[in-house]
Design a protein around this ligand. Sequence first.
Ligand code: GLC
Length: 533
Amino acid sequence: MPHSQPGSWWRDAVIYQVYPRSFADSDGDGVGDIDGIRARLGHLAGLGVDAIWMSPWYPSPMADAGYDVADFRDIDPVFGTLAKAEALIAEAHELGIRAIVDIVPNHVSSEHVWFRKALADPGAPERDLFWFRPGRGKHGDEMPTDWVGEFGGTTWTRTTNPDGTPGDWYLHLFTPEQPDLNWDHPAVRADFEDILRFWFDRGVDGIRIDSAALLIKDRALPPVVEGRPHPFHDLDEVHEVYRAWRRVSDGYRDRALIGEVWLPEVERFAGYLRADELHAAFNFDFLGCAWDAGPMRECIDRTLDAHRAVGAPPTWVLSNHDVTRHVTRYGRTTTTFSFDDNLDGTPVDLELGTRRARAAALLSLSLPGATYVYQGEELGLWENENIPPDRMRDPMYARRGHSRDGCRVPLPWSGDEPPFGFSTAEPWLPQPREWKDRTVQAQTGDPSSMLELYRSAIALRKAEPGLHEPPMQWLASAPGVLAYTRGAAFACVLNLSPAAVALPAHRSVLLTSGPLDGDRLPPDTAVWLRLAT
Ligand code: GLC
């Protein structure tokens, strides 16, 4: 398999997130599928990515777009078959692209065979694989705790006994269709280790671990109290799980475990990246950071320090299937992201957002570590904020009033109107008509397009020795400007100030995110420079 980077590939790879429902539809049902991905692998090879991560594609009732998994060892018919998944992995490998699958260990679908058995019979041994508890109050009709779910809303649902009487409650940190597994139970641990082997044996190169910090719960089910240890966020015992997973992955060559770890404290976050645990984790600190030089520089320093301390590679993430697309975020007055601040529908300057997103691409692709690209980011797609409420599918919408559907809209490939070559049918979520200029076809060959910027940047990154050599060094720069070198001959300068600034001494300009103003760098623009050595 012709890989550009031997060994420890995840340390500085460009990893592209495929959201299978919305990548490409091969069979005309309006939903993307595995054959659609296979047919479009050329786009990913041309982009130059080192790996693809597929969001869940397993059998699922789709209560949470596939993050409610009924069987981790098969593929949902809407996406294809296991044989097609194996063919995709093999075809990607032939193109030098590694494959990562998404494993969701915190919960399963309520249609998973374990939960169906647990629900059918209060005496079933499968009950112990979940969190069934009697209710509080005289009649057991009060929830066992008042914990608020990760999507908002309650976290317990009452069951009905086979004789029709009200029964125990079960825990679900997300929707009622996603019962939480009991990670204290050895059968849960054994099954997931076997699932890892199942996919490693099929050639996958990495595992993305969903909600990685939530698995362990305080068995006493205490209330959430400010200043006291949280009952289900980031409990120390979760590290034992990942040490065991690391032993599994170490039994194979070059496999990576990549955690979805949202934690406010960077030291706690880095704890997941110790030498005998996960290989990498998503940098949500960077994703949520304001488009502002001070906070951005602090975030970069904080990231580098925390990862250095544990010897893990930093990662740089601008968007994914859960957050508002960054063209939209960076075009708003408030440029930070957090689920608690719902900025939906606030004014957006898409031209400004696009200019900043172009500069952010050169930043995230030249910092030391691995860079994640969410599908459509290379096309400069913005959030679709005009999805009619009756078309919304995200279960978060009903609970928090914010929908993640706007970043999950099917990709525009070609043509002048929806479905833009994505499908022959009406796509499962509507595409903005204005995307006619953002299709792969429209952007290909246009040197000023987002797609050609990503293609050039990724190709330069591959060829540039400085971008594979840690560390980076900050250069002295004007207020509001971030400038750093990678090795002796490469520098990146990003202007976040409102005025054009002079460039540092250089031999040539390798790439810019937008036109220069003579020899000055305009606001919201980044440049890659060749330095004289
Ligand atoms: C993760 C996923 C998100 C999903 C949730 C529950 O945060 O990225 O899409 O809804 O976990 O599995």
